[in-house]
Structures are given as C-alpha cells and as structure tokens.
Design a protein around this ligand. Sequence first.
Ligand code: B12
Ligand code: SF4
Ligand code: SF4
Length: 419
Amino acid sequence: MPDKNNPSPDQSEIRNVEKSDQEAGFEMMDNFERFHQKNDVFRRSWWDERIRSEKARLFYSTYRDPLKSWRQADGFTQKDYAFRNATWHVSDIFTEMKENEDRREGFSDAFTLYRDVAKEKILFDSPQAAADEIKNVAKRFGADIVGITCYDERWLYTQKFSDMSATERPNDIPEGLKFVIVTAQRMDYDLIRTVPSALSGAATGLGYSHDALVVLSVAQYLRNLGYNAVASMNDSSLAIPTAIQAGLGEYGRHGLLITKEFGPRVRLGKIFTDLPMALDKPIHFGVKEFCEICQGCTLGCPVKAIPNGAPSTQTHNQSNIKGIKKWTVDGEKCFGYWAAQNSDCSICIRVCPYNKDYSKWWYRVGRWLAGTRLRRWMLTLDIKLGYGRRMQPKLWWKGERETLAYFIRNFLSALKLFR
Ligand code: B12
Ligand code: SF4
Ligand code: SF4
C-alpha cells in the first residue's frame, strides 16, 4: 500500500493483476489486444465507408443545425431537439474550444487544464485520508459515486484518433499518473423513460455537461494541492472496466456498468493523478446471476445488438476489443439505429430492471431480493409491474413523473395479473 514516505509506488507493488482480475470478474484471454480509438464506431463513422453515410452525417448535424423540416412525431419535434441540444451546450463549448488545434476535448482528447500544478505539495496523513478527502470533494463538485483504482494500461487506447483530420495520434496521458479516480453522474430517470425520442437524448447531454464540470474541477483541485492530474471523459481510455475495478458496480449483459445506486443510468468520468490514495475493490451484488436469467435488454433492443447467450470471446466486428470473455454488443447495429432515428438511444437502460431510483427503500429491498434465490420471482414481478415501459414524451413535458401513486397503481394491476 502506498504511504507518505513512498508516494509513487510501482503498480506491481499495489496490485496483483491476476488476483485483481479475479476479484473484478474479468476473464482475460492470451490473445488480448488493447483497443485503438480509431476503431470505435463513432470514429469509424467519419473514416470507414462501411459506417459513414448521409444518415450518419445528418445524425451529427441535428446536434448543431435545425432540421430542414421538423417532424410532428411525439418526442422528435423542434422543442424536443431544442431542449436536447441545450443540455449538450456546456459540454460542446469545452469540446469545441480547441478545435482549431485539432483537439476535441472530452471525446478524442483529454481536457486542457489552464492552471499549473502548485509548487508546494500538501501531504495527507495516509493514502486512506487522501482517498476520503478526494471522494468528499468530488461529491461536492456533483459526482454521485466515486471510486479509486490504479492505472491499468490495458484500458488505455493504443492511439487516439481525430475525427476532424482523420489522423492517429499517440495517447498522451503523462507517465507516473498511477491512480485513477472514477466518477459516475446519474442520468435523469424520467427523461430516459421517454426513449426512443430526441427528448431522451437530453439525459445524455446533461450527463456530459455535468461530467465536464466534475472531472475538470476535481483535476484542478488536485493540481492546486501540488499533484499532477488529467481530466478525462470519453477520451483516452475505456471507462467501464476501470469503473468496475474502482468498485462502482458490476458488468451487465447490455455491455454497461450497473451501479448499486442508479443501475446502468450513469455517465462516467475519470481523473488520472499521481496523488497516492487507498484503492477500492470491485463489488458484487448479484448482477451477473440476474443477467443470466434476464433478457430484458436483448429483447428490448430494436436492432438485436445485445447477445442472448453466455459471455463469450466472440466479437461482432473491428469495433470490439479482442481477447476478453464477456457480453459484447454489436456497436455497428447500435449506431445504425441512432443514425436511422436521428438521435441517440438508451432503450437498453430504460428496460433494465436495475434502472430504478434506489433512494426509495422499496427498490432497495427489490435489489437485495434480486441478488438472492428469489431473483426469478423478482424478474417476473418487475415485468408484471410494467417497469421499463416507455412514457410518452408529451407526458414528460406535461410534468408526469414516476410517483408513489404510479407505483401503487401498477402494483394493484399486477396483483390482478397474478391471480
Ligand atoms: C464508442 C462508444 C459507444 C458506441 C460504439 C461502441 C463500439 N463498440 O464502438 C455505441 C454507439 C455503441 C455506444 C452506445 C451506447 N453508449 Co457508449 N460509449 C462509447 C465510448 C465513447 C467508447 C467505448 C469504446 O471504445 N468501445 C469500443 C470497444 C472497446 O467496445 P467493446 O469491445 O464492445 O467493449 C464495450 C464493453 O464491453 C466495455 N468493455 C470494454 N473493455 C472491457 C473489458 C472488460 C473486462 C469488461 C467487463 C468490459 C469492457 O466497454 C465497451 C463500451 O463500448 C464509451 C466511453 C469510454 N471511453 O469508454 C461510451 C460509454 C461506454 N457509453 C455509454 C452509454 C451510456 C451508451 C448508451 C446507453 C448511449 C447513451 N444514450 O448514452 C449506448 C449503449 C449501448 C450498449 N448497450 O453498449 C457510457 C456507459 C455508462 C455505463 N453505465 O456503463 C460510456 C462509458 C460513456 C460515459 N461517459 O458514461 N457507445
Ligand atoms: S436488462 Fe436484464 S439482462 Fe439486460 S443488463 Fe439489465 S438485468 Fe441484465
Ligand atoms: S442503445 Fe439502443 S440500439 Fe444500442 S444497444 Fe442499447 S437498445 Fe440497442
């Protein structure tokens, strides 16, 4: 464990990779290969003719420019796009700030931090004290969940890729940043209930705008304390395996992190730093076992991009990382759907039984039961209660939200169905 006298220990001193993979539930194969950012579907939609299309171009342009003719369909009107695009605006400002230097910060490149690292270092009494303080500070900045793990090169993109100039570039996370703070910001529950809709994309936009605030502020705080720190959103490395290692949650069949607090309904951010902190451990609360009996996301996905079998090493195309036994989603199919409907999609989040507001005690009881032998019964109950159904976007605009009355109404109608 790192301490004050040994502030920058070697990774091998603080982590046994095999043991840590076992704890995280990672099944790594000998043919594992790190991922090149150029191959993710978003990047490919700019350079790969198999993904690049007029529809894809239009999809991106709806985030900036008005449509030629507005649709009347509920959830896709001018007002829905106006709201969605406004939620992206703060994130967009940061992303576009350095476009003239061929940087899209937060997506292809880490954020620029404009103030230097303080010359004088503030020392903490112990790595645990440092971890506690940083978690507390991150929450003050708006993070909902925070975990700490050590730098793991396997999740770093081998190279970055610029959409604008179609060039590959070295991943430039500085040497010696051996700790990663992972933050999760909840996404709006009721907006997600309206998917498919352009309106639901506001949950994504708000997520990124909050993410930018959290990761930039935490990184600057660390720099003000005298430690180096890099703020990162979707750029630089893979968020999900890092978040699992940092104890934020478990991996689900839909290829997303499932947290205890908000299920899969979170956006992730990360901060690389050299401040030695106590590390968190992966957590388990029965997600894998539940996913084994549930197919909600597989059935709910409109383009059948989510597997229905057991975790495997099968990849769909070059947009999947190689050499890991896991549930793997077909990103080409997924993005094809986004381009076709002119907005992003979160149906796999909406339909997931873990997508609940766990500040309510009855959902916490349900989550606990879902981790026991009663999981099959819990799954049936979840379906009968009508969770995961779409809410009409126009009702969201009218102010309809999930309330206790809504829950009781569903519960009573479920009792009838059980008879
Ligand atoms: C590119 C991308 C996409 C693309 C393309 C993916 C691809 N294959 O190219 C598409 C369009 C499919 C997409 C869709 C969505 N995305 Co996305 N996406 C990303 C992004 C920017 C990069 C991921 C990447 O490089 N994938 C390429 C390779 C590695 O994919 P893969 O082999 O299939 O691996 C996936 C998983 O298996 C997992 N993973 C990777 N390595 C390992 C290793 C182990 C051991 C394990 C267990 C898992 C794991 O992460 C990968 C996520 O794509 C990440 C942010 C980030 N930097 O991680 C967000 C991210 C994964 N997306 C996110 C979300 C929420 C979504 C959507 C719900 C859309 C939305 N409304 O926001 C959908 C869900 C689709 C789905 N069911 O997976 C969140 C996930 C949050 C969570 N709860 O886990 C992230 C982390 C963004 C964020 N800042 O929060 N996405
Ligand atoms: S919908 Fe069901 S199978 Fe899919 S991730 Fe959620 S719990 Fe697992
Ligand atoms: S985001 Fe939509 S299209 Fe993509 S995997 Fe999830 S449900 Fe399928």
